[in-house]
Ligand binder design. Sequence first.
Ligand code: 13P
Length: 351
Amino acid sequence: MNTLNIVDTAKALVAEDKGLLAMDESTPTCNKRFAALGIPQNEETRRAYRELIVNTPGLGESISGAILFDETIRQRKKDGTTFVKALTDAGIIPGIKVDEGAKDLAGHPWEKITEGLDGLRQRLIEYYQMGARFAKWRAVIAIGNGIPSQACIKSNSHSLARYATLCQEAGLVPIVEPEVLMTGEHSLQQCFEVTENVLHSVFNQLYTQGVVLEGMILKPNMVLAGLNCPEQESLEKVADATVNCLLHSVPAAVPGIAFLSGGQAGELASSRLNAMNIRFKSSIPWALGFSFARAIQQPALEIWLGKETNVPKAQQALYHRAKCNQAARRGEYNDKLENHIQDNIGNKPQI
Ligand code: 13P
């Protein structure tokens, strides 16, 4: 294992207050998002949409790495350039989602186990040769009546650690993503307890299996009340609960924590990340950043609608959300910045 390279890559992924762009929606998920907006669902529209993203001028100013899906890493721009090369030329490190999705956990109704370990070693070698330098694996934990079970937490932690060791062996930085879902009526306190429990289990397995903590990134959920909980907490309460939960469970050797957005609106996700950095940036051991999909992409997708003529405006929206999140990493995100309307992509907000 070349430990030096993975440590350098992990550091680069969280440097300069940049963050990760998750553009690794599986084909069914991408199609579902297209269908909701009336966009045709086929390989060419998925390719065209991803070309829009990788061609966004200036994206590398605020995005350090982009997570691709298997179909996307094999695709090219219209001019024949691979997406991997386009990203690398833009100063963005290509990454790859390598799990094969969350499937029903046998014997545990309502719970999921992420699959994809079979043949993973070979797939990682291929992805490395294609230019990927980091990878992602997402485990899904739901909160509900009597769940999560220890069986669900332990089996997903074990798989995350097996994936992470295989990645490091192949020279790829593992993004370790145990996502506690927002769906449900649970309180912020319940989310805190489950997230803490899950993270302890994950780091126990990462330690047991010998993962180099300096060469990985954690991608957790923020600690939030469930979407159907009548009591939604303030930005400050969310920031305090999230960072305190991480302080209880994430070793200081981990260089960075990059949150998923989990379906939060873009502005809310930026505001919460901003509150965490305002209150804790100077006193925490890791970089606190982002690895958002919907919270960066959604406005751009809603502008694009599958039409070539909408590409520049959609790119402007994508650029804007990425910049807002970079500002949130510095604790400098505010309404003025959010409301800054760009006339065109050359007229970028001054941050
Ligand atoms: P969201 O930010 O839309 O939750 O997606 C992040 C992600 O990569 C989920 O695996």
